[in-house]
Design a protein around this ligand. Structure first.
Ligand code: NAP
Length: 302
């Protein structure tokens, strides 16, 4: 039994276009409508045949939908929700894919009073953006975290959960504030560190940019992949998840200071103990199928 018959996707970038492709593959009878604020993205969505009906306004996309997913940057969620309020069927369920949840849930609830809202965050993505970057298998085996409010209709939560499972994801349900704390340490802080280290390396005076790029395989290269992530998306994530990110950053700074002290005092045991613990975490991630077990992330070396 299909969870929804008519799905509207607002924002047809990496995540929105991946959802469209995955729905086409796993639920081909579902009618898909779509809208994007960028006319170039709309034109590309037609060329890629991402949806059955591409509309010129957000309202037209949701008019007959039973499920609406907002796939725009976190900072645009409230405005997009407000722009569909007048055209949304009263019994439609609204969700989103934002990387931070408490602020988005509040913005959606304010813009759409009386509508069933089930916020979601698929913990899957790449450093690329736009409709060409999407692919149908993006969510396969990945977690999608739903953060419904305490008084959310369990039937609506169940339908959204089934939708994500149908497109390959595994579903967890969590309180929005807890989601924001967990993702602050697993995703947001690592992005902040990557942005910092790549910025620091590019600002150095005694090491040339040429050298940084030439010798990048020594660890720096893997940070540059994360630091290439979409600037709009990540600006919005840090502004929206300010509290949790600052809390995790404080913890991180303290741990970094402890490491600095261990290096200064030649405390090899402290360094060795930490590096042993962190290696075990990498192994657990691989054991749980959340990354490629091959060395160097499976990169091909001639
Ligand atoms: P993306 O590839 O940049 O796509 C976002 C699309 O939304 C763009 O085409 C953008 O158009 C459009 N848009 C912006 N404002 C809009 C509005 N007011 N109305 C309609 N469309 C609008 O970004 P993405 O990576 O798919 O991210 C979308 C959401 O998914 C974000 O909330 C992000 O936090 C979340 N997410 C991302 C990842 C990831 O790894 N990328 C993973 C999980 C969740 P313009 O080109 O004009 O800006």
């Amino acid at each position: 039994m299909l969870p929804f018959a008519r799905v509207a996707i607002l924002g047809l970038g990496l995540i929105g276009s991946s959802i469209a492709r995955a729905v086409r593959q796993s639920m081909p009878t579902v009618h898909l409508s779509g809208y994007d604020a960028d006319p170039a993205v709309r034109a590309r969505a037609v060329e890629l045949d991402l949806v059955d009906e591409l509309t010129d306004t957000p309202g037209a996309a949701v008019m007959d939908a039973d499920f609406v997913i907002l796939c725009v940057p976190v900072g645009a969620m409230g405005a997009v929700a407000a722009s569909i309020a007048a055209d949304l069927p009263a019994d439609a369920i609204v969700s989103d894919v934002g990387s931070s949840k408490a602020g988005v849930a509040k913005a959606l609830a304010e813009a759409l009073p009386g509508i069933a809202i089930v916020p979601a965050h698929p913990v899957a993505g790449t450093e690329n953006s736009g409709p060409d970057a999407g692919f149908a298998s993006l969510f396969n085996g990945r977690w999608c975290i739903l953060t419904p409010a305490g008084d959310a209709d369990p039937a609506a939560v169940m339908r959204v959960s089934t939708f994500w499972e149908r497109i390959g994801a595994r579903v967890d349900i969590m309180d929005a504030a807890h989601h924001d704390l967990v993702l602050a340490v697993t995703s947001h802080l690592p992005h902040l560190i990557a942005y910092t280290i790549v910025g620091t390396a590019s600002d150095l005076e005694e090491v040339t940019q040429h050298e940084v790029i030439k010798y990048s395989a020594g660890g720096f290269r893997d940070f540059t992949r994360i630091a290439a992530s979409d600037p709009t998306m990540w600006r919005d994530v840090f502004l929206a998840n300010k509290g949790a990110v600052l809390e995790m950053l404080q913890r991180f700074s303290e741990d970094l200071t402890a490491l600095q002290r261990a290096i200064r005092w030649g405390d090899g045991d402290a360094l060795f103990d930490l590096f042993t613990r962190t290696r075990a975490i990498r192994r657990s991630i691989i054991e749980q199928g959340q990354d490629d077990a091959r060395p160097d992330f499976g990169r091909v070396h001639d």
